[in-house]
Design a protein around this ligand. Structure first.
Ligand code: NI
Length: 268
């Protein structure tokens, strides 16, 4: 597969889970915008061969190079990002849940999920959008949710994009995230206000905002639940005066709040 084919497959799966992203894309197109993405984000467990390296492998085979590593202690996550030499392509941001830091009960539920993996699953070239490879019950979901929203999301949705992120620097009809946010609210979308609608500052070299996740019907062992799925993110980057170049990394304090875009409880 080419990178163009990979991103087309990722986008197709993502908008099926996140109809708001397709609507926002159409609104941008109507203004004459040609959207470029800043990054695409994925989630995984750190066990059963499913860690960061497994999700990254299909991208590395297509020329992506590993960059920085981040730790999100509160959310029990490690994350890294990958960048392609062609800087018009989105960065790949992958996080993994440190399952050893969870309670024995949560670890047992996750162990039961990963024992169901078909042989060779972690080596699939389409692992980043392979979907949910296990049977997850409502009881599993709710028990994980009580401890880690991230674990519950991954158990229910499996392997797929968690969010695409628009590169706001490449938009020509919005001055920044404030104007973009006002436009989205006027169009009826809801922003994630955890930590304020805009996370980060120009001094951090990165400002981010996001919608609240869409809600979709998910079948959990024969029971249909309405669950928060995926969200759409927006990133504006600034030149780092120390290097004289646009900052391409991430700001953990901001990303920590962005993770909450898929929380079940709505933050106002
Ligand atoms: Ni992101």
């Amino acid at each position: 597969m080419t990178l163009a084919e990979v991103f087309a497959a990722l986008w197709s799966d993502y908008v099926a889970m996140t109809p708001q992203a397709a609507r926002i894309q159409r609104l941008f197109a109507a203004r004459g915008e040609h959207v470029q993405n800043d990054h695409v984000a994925f989630r995984t467990f750190d066990c059963a061969g499913l860690g960061l390296a497994a999700v990254a492998a299909p991208f590395e085979r297509l020329g992506y190079l590993e960059r920085d590593r981040y730790r999100f202690a509160d959310k029990k996550l490690i994350a890294k990002y990958w960048q392609h030499p062609d800087r018009t392509l989105p960065k790949i941001f992958i996080s993994e849940l440190c399952t050893a830091e969870l309670s024995p009960e949560a670890r047992a539920i996750i162990a039961n999920l990963v024992t169901q993996l078909p042989a060779g699953f972690a080596d699939r070239a389409d692992l980043p959008w392979a979907g949910r490879p296990w049977r997850c019950t409502r009881a599993d979901y709710e028990a994980l949710l009580a401890e880690s929203e991230y674990a519950a999301w991954l158990a229910a949705f499996g392997f797929r994009v968690n969010h695409f992120t628009v590169a706001v620097n490449t938009l020509t009809t919005f001055s920044g995230l404030r104007e973009l946010g006002a436009f989205l609210v006027a169009e009826g979308f809801t922003l994630n206000n955890a930590g304020g609608a805009i996370k980060g500052t120009p001094a951090d070299h990165l400002e981010q905002s996001s919608t609240r996740a869409d809600t979709v019907a998910v079948d959990l062992a024969g029971e249909t639940l309405l669950l928060p799925s995926c969200y759409y993110e927006f990133a504006k980057r600034y030149v780092d005066s120390a290097t004289g170049e646009v900052f391409h990394g991430f700001v953990p304090a901001s990303a920590d709040k962005i993770f909450e875009s898929t929380d079940v409880a709505t933050t106002t």
